[in-house]
Design a protein around this ligand. Structure first.
Ligand code: NAD
Length: 294
């Protein structure tokens, strides 16, 4: 029997509908600002999609485009300006940043209350304590996809492949918070294949097409493919490939996300959800209902 294909596009539509409904109840539209530095074509594609979705759900959006050689000080200056503006609820600094710019320093400069990527150390720390509100968008989307097929993760064994700050580590924290036993693999893990074979859930976030083969997967396991690598499509353009060898995996897994159409749309939907959360929380805080975080 072939695996169930988890439809990220359909699930993202549901999230976006809820976000649009929530945004329409606020006295002013949530504001999302995106800073992009440099000319990375993939980053520009992602930013265009984010701005388009934000507009569709009724947000005010702004894109700040900086040249590749703008330097860290200029990026920090733009972040500071956005931090100070009341109508901006969410600030997203598109990664990767140009060479020579310290990503952690830039993330640390974003007001934690507007950190809709969930990458500020305060939000990352809160996530590990199970109290986070602004959770990194990709792991948040993956968790919704996993829970659509396994509503209760208690006692499961999850393997996350890839340990970046943006995907792997927060993914592991989210799974742990749902009472899964988590193994986090990375480039130095000795036998990732062996570890994966015991997993009820595999989340692969590496960026190596075809890394996860069919014989890595326990029968009926849930496989979430975060990897997106641009490879030539043979017609002069590009197509996206995941980390998982889909044709093999679909014959073994119980449920699997495709690439494209799996995690990608959910990442953008969760960014919109975070922006709405930030807008509501900032408003409540301004009204004195919450202690000030930043
Ligand atoms: P990264 O390069 O920061 O981290 C990659 C991780 O993989 C590292 O922890 C590294 O140790 C590990 N790794 C490398 N080779 C490995 C191997 N052979 N076995 C086990 N682990 C290995 O990457 P990232 O930013 O976390 O992104 C990972 C992938 O996910 C990329 O393809 C990226 O494009 C994709 N991505 C997709 C979305 C989406 O919305 N679909 C969002 C973010 C990232």
């Amino acid at each position: 029997m072939l695996a169930e294909i988890i439809d990220g596009r359909a699930q993202a539509r549901l999230v976006l509908e809820q976000v649009a409904a929530g945004a329409s109840k606020l006295p002013r539209p949530p504001g999302l600002a995106v800073i992009i530095a440099g000319d990375d074509p993939a980053s520009h594609v992602y930013v265009r999609s984010k701005v388009r979705r934000a507009t569709e759900v009724g947000f005010h959006t702004e894109k700040i485009q900086l040249p590749e050689d703008c330097g860290e000080a200029r990026i920090l200056e733009e972040v500071a300006k956005l931090n100070a503006r009341d109508e901006i609820d969410g600030i997203l600094v598109q990664l990767p940043l140009p060479k020579g710019v310290n990503t952690l320093r830039v993330m640390a400069a974003v007001d934690p209350a507007k950190d809709v990527d969930g990458l500020h150390a305060l939000n990352a720390g809160m996530l590990t304590q199970g109290s986070g509100e602004l959770i990194p968008c990709t792991p948040s989307g993956c968790m919704k996809l996993i829970k659509s097929v396994i509503p209760d993760l208690t006692g499961t064994h999850s393997v996350v492949i890839g340990a970046s700050n943006i995907v792997g580590k927060p993914m592991a924290a989210l799974l742990l918070a749902e009472h899964s036993t988590v193994t986090l693999c990375h480039i130095h893990t000795r036998d990732t294949q062996f570890v994966c074979r015991g997993a009820d859930i595999i989340v692969s976030a590496v960026g190596k097409p075809g890394l996860v083969r069919g014989d890595w997967i326990k029968p009926r396991a849930v496989v979430i493919d975060v990897g997106t690598t641009r490879v030539p499509d043979g017609k002069g353009g590009f197509k996206l490939k995941g980390d998982v060898e889909f044709d093999e995996a679909v014959k073994v897994a119980g449920a699997i996300t495709p690439v494209p159409g799996g995690v990608g749309p959910m990442t953008i939907a969760c960014l919109m959800e975070n922006t709405l959360t930030a807008a509501i929380a900032r408003r409540e805080r301004a009204e004195g209902a919450w202690p000030v975080l930043s």
